[in-house]
Ligand binder design. Structure first.
Ligand code: KMH
Ligand code: ZN
Length: 278
């Protein structure tokens, strides 16, 4: 197998209003049709945030189960639920999404200022998430908003062992106001830290928020990394050109990956690389 690029789509997030962005998938039906289109365009993983009947962010377990079942029936995509939720969500609610038994869940490796708010991730909460994911055979994607989060991940693995599947996969979320900046220098610096702090076969992906999307995508490809794209992170395709749908962002990522001679990774290959349960 030649080298390939894992593409994750994060189609919704918890921050945008459907009324401002009609293309944002918020219902389970919209999530499923987005998932189908994004799989065709080259995605292998979908990072899901849930919305309620009024399109507000929710961590409702019933909704989580519907989303996992709906996407898994309609596609082969690896389903990753967000355990980050919205900045206002309680730790208990964030932990409960694991009961929907997704293939993967996110696990943010530390607290970070998040615009004018705080995205809180206490050490004990992180340890508990890591433990419960392993018990449930859920593969974590460790979200890295700042350099300290990589050092914390080293500490987590040293003290509490490897995650389910034995593979460590991290995602740099760059360009959040309050987190690390979204530029090539940060990507290179973080990749160096991955090599120094994490197991030798650890893999990394990156996404850049807003106008940092393209610099982060291109520098990550150049550095041998994987990609996350989607309307959770950017709603502008180019200057004065709003995103028409998540699949547009996935298709562009797949084109860039092909240009970098590392085309989009197939879902079966992604399952093997990440150590997803059969
Ligand atoms: N919505 C952010 C506060 C995750 O999904 O794990 C957290 C977030 C990270 O999006
Ligand atoms: Zn998220």
């Amino acid at each position: 197998m030649g080298a390939t690029t894992l593409i994750t789509v994060a189609p919704t997030g918890a921050e945008l209003d459907k009324s401002d962005f009609p293309q944002l998938p918020v219902t389970v039906e919209e999530l499923v049709s987005t998932a189908v289109a994004c799989e065709k365009s080259g995605a292998a993983v979908i990072h899901i945030h849930l919305r309620d009947d009024k399109a507000r962010p929710t961590l409702d377990l019933g909704r989580a189960k519907e989303a996992v079942a709906g996407v898994s029936e309609a596609t082969n995509l690896i389903v990753q639920l967000s355990s980050g939720g919205a900045v206002t969500d309680s730790e208990e609610d964030r932990m409960r999404v694991l009961e929907a038994q997704p293939d993967m869940a996110s696990c943010t490796m530390g607290t970070v200022n998040f615009g004018d708010a705080v995205f809180s991730n206490r050490w004990d909460f992180i340890v508990e998430l890591h433990r419960r994911m392993r018990d449930r055979r859920i593969v974590p994607e460790y979200e890295i908003f700042d350099l300290a989060h990589l050092a914390s991940l080293e500490r987590l693995l040293d003290q509490h062992g490897l995650p389910y599947g034995g593979h460590v996969h991290v995602d740099f979320v760059l360009g959040v106001p309050g987190g690390a900046p979204g530029n090539a220098a940060t990507v290179i610096h973080f990749v160096d830290a991955v090599r120094r702090h994490l197991p030798p076969d650890a893999t990394f992906a990156a996404t850049g928020i807003g106008r940092t999307t393209l610099p982060v995508m291109l520098s990550t490809l150049a550095a041998g990394g994987h990609l996350r794209v989607g309307m959770e992170d950017t709603v502008s395709f180019a200057r004065r050109q709003p995103v028409t749908g998540n699949e547009q962002l996935v298709a562009r990522a797949a084109e860039a990956a092909a240009l970098a001679q590392r085309p989009a990774m197939s879902v079966p290959d992604a399952r093997v690389m990440l150590g997803i349960r059969p």
